[in-house]
Design a protein around this ligand. Structure first.
Ligand SMILES: *[C@@H]1O[C@H](CO)[C@@H](O)[C@H](O)[C@H]1NC(C)=O
Ligand SMILES: *[C@@H]1O[C@H](CO)[C@@H](O)[C@H](O)[C@H]1NC(C)=O
Ligand SMILES: *[C@@H]1O[C@H](CO)[C@@H](O)[C@H](O)[C@H]1NC(C)=O
Ligand SMILES: *[C@@H]1O[C@H](CO)[C@@H](O)[C@H](O)[C@H]1NC(C)=O
Ligand SMILES: *[C@@H]1O[C@H](CO)[C@@H](O)[C@H](O)[C@H]1NC(C)=O
Length: 251
């Protein structure tokens, strides 16, 4: 945050905005910012940290490395990058990366980039799901959830659970965190989203956890026949989901 202070000094409005939205008081006790030499360069940072050659290759291939540098220069929000190590990439099933289309590779890399600066302590107050540059964070697209315990930060995609192992870089505008796993997005590596059922409306997909009360979405309770059909559909979808889920893990 400190260098953003410096940055916003000339713009009182943004300073106010930042102060207003900050959850913890940004007191005047913050240390003076270390002057970064030249513009921040994610490529340089990861090269210096070593063990990120595969991520660097993906950054180059997708041009997202350049985009991050440009965004850093042009945006007030900052950026957070989750950087899986080479070991993390090596731990993927063979062919996982190669089988992706160019578009999917872009999405995979974008999924590791959050368009705001998040310090380690700020992870404790982020609201899930976190929105990444891959876009929609809904259940079957690109959800990313953070759980914390003290300074320990875990990240779940619904497909993998990763742990922030280390802070590689943080200057109040760019944060780069070492991850022990590649963040595999639901959209690419998860089960396919269920096709929307045409007739029966199942308004809230999430709400079928408590199975005793057959909640009527409409207010009026469905009659026996349609209720049974609805239930069978749900059961069927559930069984299919389990099969797909098992297949993903057994293959
Ligand atoms: C960032 O660093 C890389 C490698 O150190 C260099 O090739 C690239 O030109 C730099 N980009 C910018 C915008 O300075
Ligand atoms: C950063 O932004 C300034 C003005 O917005 C621009 O003049 C400069 O060329 C940019 N630098 C880089 C490395 O993109
Ligand atoms: C994070 O994940 C590790 C390993 O899976 C686990 O031991 C730990 O309890 C998790 N911590 C939180 C805060 O979820
Ligand atoms: C992420 O958190 C949201 C909100 O708490 C929850 O609805 C969702 O199921 C979680 N998803 C994953 C993959 O953990
Ligand atoms: C539920 O509402 C829809 C329109 O919102 C209506 O067409 C349908 O007949 C209603 N079903 C019941 C069982 O009331």
């Amino acid at each position: 945050m400190t260098s953003s202070f410096k940055f916003f000094h000339s713009s009182p409005f943004f300073l106010l905005l930042i102060l207003h939205s900050a959850t913890t008081t940004l007191s005047q006790t913050t240390a003076p910012p270390p002057a970064p030499p030249g513009p921040t360069n994610i490529t340089k940072i990861l090269e210096k940290a070593s063990q990120y050659t595969i991520l660097l290759r993906l950054f180059r291939m997708t041009q997202i490395g350049d985009q991050i540098n440009t965004q850093l220069n042009n945006s007030d929000q900052g950026i957070t990058v989750f950087a899986p190590t080479d070991n993390a990439f090596s731990a993927l099933k063979p062919g996982s990366l190669n089988s992706l289309s160019d578009q999917q590779k872009v999405e995979l890399v974008q999924f590791h980039v959050v368009p705001t600066f998040i310090s380690i302590s700020q992870f404790q107050t982020v609201s899930n799901p976190l929105r990444t540059q891959a876009g929609e964070s809904t259940r079957y697209k690109f959800p990313l959830n953070v759980t914390t315990s003290g300074n320990q930060v875990n990240i779940s995609t619904g497909v993998v659970d990763a742990t922030v192992a280390n802070t590689i870089y943080s200057d109040g505008s760019l944060a780069v965190y070492q991850l022990d796993k590649v963040l595999l997005p639901m959209r690419i590596f998860g089960p396919p989203a269920p096709a929307p059922a045409p007739e029966p409306k199942k308004a809230k997909k999430e709400s079928n956890a408590g199975n005793d009360a057959p909640s009527s979405e409409n207010g009026s309770v469905s009659d026996d026949a349609s209720g049974t059909v609805g239930f069978n559909r749900k059961l069927h979808g559930c069984v299919n989901g389990v099969i797909v889920f098992m297949a993903v893990f057994c293959l």
